[in-house]
Design a protein around this ligand. Structure first.
Ligand code: PEP
Ligand code: MG
Length: 325
């Protein structure tokens, strides 16, 4: 049974009524990427580059980053890898970067905010990514975007790095698909303004839920509140999908929610194009997509949006899943 699931997982996933959903993997290192390829991932939807920076005393060199990203890309055998730029700071300090103590690290200088304040660190990472992109297909994604100016600034850095590499005669990918994570409510609400300047969105439901419900992620005493299937979060996801599609862009979900069976039909019903999940979960999620019709998923998602509580959404979704067996 498990082997059969794994074999069919090497094929793309389509709903019963013919809607293709891309199923890709979240990866934090080379081993994840290898498992992703084995389990039928159609690429990596989120490469968390933090692993190259944490647990060390000095920043990784351009060459080191280039090799690590290249090797992860090669493990996917030609399928695209979305490389997310550094998402540290705040609660994940780095010893080699001077950071002021912050009263609210989750609201502080983290992720893209830190990259924009540490130009050398940012440029080195962008150089490594563009160079690796000459060898294996890559896309770039910026984390924790709150506002349009940040995307404009980040794209400016990227264009500068491209010019430098071109002048130095160094092989690199250009142009390169560039997207952002939507994980701050302001970005979801103004997705219409962001859509024209990106190639894709990837919704980070872990942080989007934390910021929407003002409930710290990972705090067990707030777990009852921080449910990504809260209808308020679903409304934001709906808004992002509509804004993206109106501009001809695609939308993925790369938070943990994307791999939860109760969430998959709702996300498909909301029009999400891509699900990025832990490599181990790929065969099951593909099988689930094949078992449902997107028209039924749409009806379910409309009902979910109208719910008042996350618990009601979960109940509706569980009933929906029971009809599939
Ligand atoms: C998210 O916030 O949903 C996400 C995928 O990013 P991370 O978990 O790395 O913050
Ligand atoms: Mg996040």
């Amino acid at each position: 049974e498990r082997q059969k699931l794994q074999e069919t997982s090497l094929q793309p996933a389509m709903t019963r009524d013919g809607l293709r959903i891309e199923v890709v993997a979240n990866a934090g290192n080379l081993a994840d990427a290898q498992l992703a390829a084995k389990n039928g991932a159609e690429g990596v939807g989120l490469l968390r580059t933090e692993f190259l920076f944490l647990t060390r005393q000095t920043p990784p060199s351009e060459e080191e980053q280039f090799q690590a990203i290249r090797d992860i890309g090669l493990a996917l055998k030609g399928k695209p890898v979305i490389v997310r730029t550094l998402d540290v700071g705040g609660d994940k300090p780095l010893p080699y970067i001077p950071m002021e103590p912050e009263a609210n690290p989750f609201l502080g200088v983290r992720a893209l905010r830190l990259s924009l304040q540490q130009p050398d660190l940012f440029r080195t990472q962008l150089r490594a990514i563009l160079r690796a992109g000459a060898i294996t297909p890559l896309r770039i994604m910026f984390p924790m975007v709150a506002s349009l100016e940040e995307v404009e600034q980040a794209r400016e850095f990227l264009a500068q790095v491209h010019n430098e590499l071109a002048q130095e005669g160094i092989a690199h990918a250009w142009p390169i698909d560039t997207g952002i994570m939507v994980e701050i409510p302001s970005a979801a609400i103004k997705a219409d303004a962001l859509a024209p300047v990106v190639d894709f969105f990837s919704i980070g439901t872990n942080d989007l839920t934390q910021y929407t419900l003002a409930a710290e992620r990972g705090n067990p005493r707030l777990a009852y509140l921080a449910d990504a299937l809260h209808p308020a979060v679903l409304r934001l996801i709906e808004e992002v999908v509509q804004a993206a599609h109106a501009a001809g862009k695609w939308v993925g979900v790369c938070g943990e929610l994307a791999g939860e069976p109760e969430a998959v039909p709702i996300l498909v019903g909301l029009g999400v194009d891509e699900l990025s999940i832990n490599p181990a979960g790929i065969p099951k999620v593909k099988a689930l997509i094949r078992a449902m019709a997107s028209s039924d998923a749409q009806v379910l998602s409309k009902k979910a949006l109208a719910c008042a509580k996350a618990a009601e959404v979960r109940k509706l979704s569980t009933e929906f899943l029971n009809t599939l067996q």
